[in-house]
Design a protein around this ligand. Structure first.
Ligand code: GUN
Ligand code: ZN
Length: 437
């Protein structure tokens, strides 16, 4: 039975059922590819996916099929680490992490005490994300609880699947940003109001060890113990100055990761941004706990933080995800994140295939965030969050993709050359929420 909410789209479809691993040519077995496919959407979910020729007979005769032949549909992109409150300081010139935080980030985040500003930026940020094809993200607010209320409200209106948290920071920051003892109480109130509502989830968010006291981190750990459905996001081992500072602040700690372990912050729903300066011991401990590192390549290049070691992650079984880390990142687009990841990989002798990249951006990121029962694949019963990609969006893309003879080549050209102009439409919750002008 079809209903008035059914939508049918004819296009090329690309999705990954599993991690393609090192399986490269010509197409990995985990790939689900329909050159002339049909996507059937019903009540915000995917009802069926398959070859157009196979499915067309199942549709009622008067069904309207959107004809997107020449375009390519993939699951919506997922960004596992991003700061919505830093949208307006992207591309602030030339400092490494700690100076960049003091000079640009903290002054900017002070503006989020103003609720109207938080509302405006929440909407501006979501517009930009959808324009870039990102439908789900794990997001830092500022330390003001209102910044998270504003963001959740904006996501709720658009029916997006999003994880968000209020930054906890009770030391080593401007007075206007420190939350003192109210930080945990505000977090509890936000969890009560928002966690598990519609498609929204709460991510407990101590900024990083230097700006939270041990008392605050322990209290954050207690929240996670009380409710294992909560997420955790913070930063770890991004920059050498940061490492020295953590060693000074926590002289009794065996290493940086152990500061978080002692507070009970390392678990299967924990994302640690960066993880550049880790040893294999720390990588294995993260792997044992099922935590993931958010690899933020454009941010790491922009702040000169270092080159993430994907091979060491694979060898030690440590999960990693792909993220923009706006505002230190320079690209909201998932294509841009993969391009930077490829470049970082080249400098390490670890090139990234398009299969690995697009799997990571979709199913891989969903899996690491424990959202893989909901999003990240084009498959029946999944939420209908997807992007319609136009491989001929620019004259250059048109020239380049015309010369591609395989899907692998075409996806690689998109990964290196595409940007938000190649996102023709972004759908979330079964609705088209962005169409390119
Ligand atoms: N470490 C602590 N806070 C931040 C932040 O806002 N951005 C980045 N890149 N690293 C951090
Ligand atoms: Zn960050």
């Amino acid at each position: 039975m079809t209903s008035f909410t059914d939508t049918f789209i004819r296009a090329e479809l690309v999705s990954f059922a599993r991690d393609p691993g090192e399986d490269n040519m010509p197409q990995p077995s985990s790939l689900e590819h329909y050159g002339d496919g049909l996507l059937w959407i019903k009540d915000g979910h995917i009802q069926a996916v398959g070859h157009y020729a196979d499915l067309i007979s199942e549709l009622p005769t008067d069904s309207q099929v959107l004809d997107y032949r020449g375009k390519l549909i993939m699951p919506g992109f997922i960004d596992t680490h991003v700061h919505y409150v830093q949208l307006d300081i992207m591309a602030s010139y030339g400092r490494q992490l700690l100076d960049w935080l003091n000079d640009y980030t903290f002054p900017e985040e002070c503006r989020f005490a103003n609720h109207a500003h938080a509302e405006a930026l929440s909407n501006a940020f979501l517009d930009e994300m959808l324009r870039a094809g990102t439908t789900t993200a794990q997001v830092f607010g500022s330390s003001h609880p209102g910044s998270v209320d504003a963001f959740f409200t904006a996501c709720q209106k658009r029916q997006l699947r999003m994880l968000v948290g209020k930054v906890l920071m009770d030391r080593n920051a401007p007075d206007a940003l420190m939350d003192g003892t109210s930080g945990i109480a505000d977090t509890e109130r936000l969890i009560e109001d928002w966690h598990g509502k519609q498609r929204l989830g709460y991510s407990v968010t101590p900024r990083f060890a230097p700006t939270s006291t041990k008392t605050q981190m322990d209290a954050a750990g207690a929240l996670l113990r009380n409710d294992p459905t909560l997420w955790l996001q913070t930063h770890l081992a991004e920059n050498s100055g940061e490492l020295d500072w953590v060693a000074e602040l926590f002289p009794g700690s065996r290493d940086y990761l152990s500061v978080y372990e002692q507070a009970g912050l390392v678990g299967p729903r924990s994302t640690f941004a960066h993880g550049i300066h880790l040893d294999n011991g720390m990588r294995k401990r993260l792997a044992e706990r099922g935590a993931n590192i958010a690899f933020c390549p454009s941010s790491n290049l922009f702040l000169g933080s270092g080159l993430f070691d994907r091979e060491a992650a694979q060898e030690t079984g440590m999960a990693y995800t792909y993220a923009s880390d706006i505002g230190a990142g320079t690209d909201l687009s998932g294509f841009g994140t993969l391009k930077s990841a490829y470049q970082v990989g080249q400098l390490r002798g670890q090139p990234l295939t398009a299969w690995q990249g697009f799997y990571g951006l979709t199913h891989g990121n969903a899996k690491a965030l424990s959202l893989d029962n909901h999003v990240g694949q084009l498959a029946p019963s999944y939420e209908a969050d997807f992007v319609v990609i136009d491989p001929q969006a620019t004259s250059l893309l048109k020239r380049r993709t015309q010369h591609c003879t395989t899907l692998g080549e075409r996806l690689f050209a998109l990964m290196m050359l595409a940007d938000d102009r190649a996102i023709y439409e972004t759908w979330a919750g079964g609705r088209c929420q962005h169409r390119r002008d």
